[in-house]
Design a protein around this ligand. Structure first.
Ligand code: FPP
Length: 230
């Protein structure tokens, strides 16, 4: 959701207005993705590094997350959307933790789009959490060190049960990964768009998916054309 601040600055508006419009773009994108048959949609909405922002902005962002869950949970549930939250829960306030738990529990059985909210998320911290869970399993004698492989490791990440992303879209002209899903992005296709996140809409999503469709995903093997020739 990159570029909320720049979107607001460009219009002489406070950053909070950019974040508010960012939440509207999120709602719009969830609807568009559901219509397009996307099965998993992940938003990087607050990174573990975002705590370094001014206290007022952090508090505004926490407020927007609470408002979103309170206002949109019923609609998302009616639309058969399943919510999953990834990221560290321990640093969050009890009211936010309770709301995130409620969102996940309420929508657990839904079968349309899975909306993954990365909140207080950092990929390195997630990998460390997974290593700690595995170490505990080894200590308790339920994991044999020889059974630790890529599959087992992935099952101990926050994203357990969620497939690796096919496509990553980064807005606002930034071309960095910024500590997002480092494990899961191994073979993901990247599309960068110049638009700031609040301007993101159905047509941007459709364009990105079309661009994805032109890519030749090889996963380290040969391209489909080369494989036929060979
Ligand atoms: C990126 O723009 C956006 C964020 C860091 C925060 C987005 C989070 C929310 C709007 C909170 C609500 C969350 C949900 C899931 C409803 P930026 O501030 O980095 O923009 P800039 O790079 O232009 O300054």
């Amino acid at each position: 959701m990159d570029g909320n601040g720049r979107w607001a600055a460009g219009r002489g508006l406070p950053r909070l207005e950019g974040h508010r419009r960012g939440v509207e773009a999120l709602r719009r994108t969830v609807r568009a993705a559901t219509d397009l048959g996307v099965e998993y949609l992940t938003f990087f909405s607050f990174s573990s590094e975002n705590w370094r922002r001014p206290a007022q902005e952090v508090s505004d962002l926490m407020g927007l997350l609470k408002l979103f869950i309170r206002r949109d949970l019923a609609t998302l549930h009616d639309s058969n959307v399943r919510i999953r939250v990834i990221g560290g829960r321990d640093d969050l306030s009890p009211d936010i933790r309770a709301l995130l738990d409620e969102a996940e529990t309420t929508t657990r059985g839904n079968t349309a789009l899975t909306l993954v909210i990365a909140f207080n998320y950092g990929a390195r911290a997630e990998i460390v959490r997974a290593a700690r869970r595995i170490a505990l399993g080894v200590m308790e004698g339920v994991i044999a060190p020889s059974s630790i492989d890529e599959n087992l490791f992935a099952r101990h990440l926050d994203t357990t049960g969620i497939p690796d992303p096919d496509l990553l879209i980064r807005t606002s002209g930034e071309q960095r990964v910024s500590n997002f899903l480092l494990w899961q992005l191994a073979y993901t296709e990247f599309v960068f768009v110049e638009q700031h996140w609040p301007d993101f809409d159905r047509s941007t999503l459709e364009d990105a998916i079309r661009e994805y469709g032109r890519r030749d995903r090889r996963f380290g093997a040969l391209s489909s054309a080369e494989a036929k020739v060979g």
